[in-house]
Design a protein around this ligand. Sequence first.
Ligand code: PPY
Length: 308
Amino acid sequence: MPSIAYFGPRGTFSEQAALVHAAPTDSLVPMDTVPRALAAVRAGDADLACVPVENSVEGAVSATMDALAVDDPLVAVAEVVLPVRFSVLVRPGVSAEDVRTVASHPHALAQVQGWLARHLPAATQTAATSTAGAAVGVGDGTWDAAITAPVAANHYPLDVLATDVADVDGAMTRFLVLRRPGALPERTGFDRTSLVMIASAERTGVLAELLTELALRGINLSRIESRPQKGRLGRYRFYLDFDGHVAEQRVGDALAALHRRCEHVRFLGSYPKAERASSASAAALGNSDQDYTQANRWVTAVRNGETG
Ligand SMILES: O=C(O)C(=O)Cc1ccccc1
């Protein structure tokens, strides 16, 4: 019975994402922070971790990005994309006029600034560890209102002041399901590969050179983020997401090129995209596995003096 550690407590969006991925017999284990959910998998206390990685309004979840780049490597085996609309929870009997403080995960607060300005303009905003962590804080009297996932209302004895709250229609959050390195998910033709790299030199054009390794092989870059390396200003890690699976020749070849040219590359997984129908990882002309196999055969023949 596999266990899935998720960014909790109960009633977070991460729990919703974990439920999308989980089989009915899997056990779900809430952890208070993203690093703790990942640490549980590294320590062998859980088989999988489900954590948020980015959303369409606020961008990257830095706690996840930073925790994936250090300590023992973990690899993604799946992604889950959820539409995000919020509920506002208060203690029973509390009305909008009574709300002096409102708390939530910073990414949730960022997505409801317009609504707060219109409905709770005088309330002080505080960052909580998670949306459901804010609900716990409302329950124990720390704050008056929490911005939460709709399901949080089922887990905490709180009243719903508002539902369907979102400044941006259609906002989405992407979650990764991660495990310790092992057998990779099968190649589906609708895959994404993620990695983090540190360029080997601070020199003009180095990032363009590295990205060209993808472009030359017809690989579509779907996301790039940078995060500081912490110890020194001006040194960055680059996180890349691109179409394709490492089992494909063009992707393996591109990874090898990045590995040759970077100070450090960490593979973060090849896994099926959440939206398969609309996003096939098509290899551009001359970059299919067959093209690579034929070309390698030809080079071998040239080396053996069998052809000119
Ligand atoms: O706090 C949560 O519920 C999370 O899972 C993180 C988060 C916060 C805001 C939007 C989506 C996910």
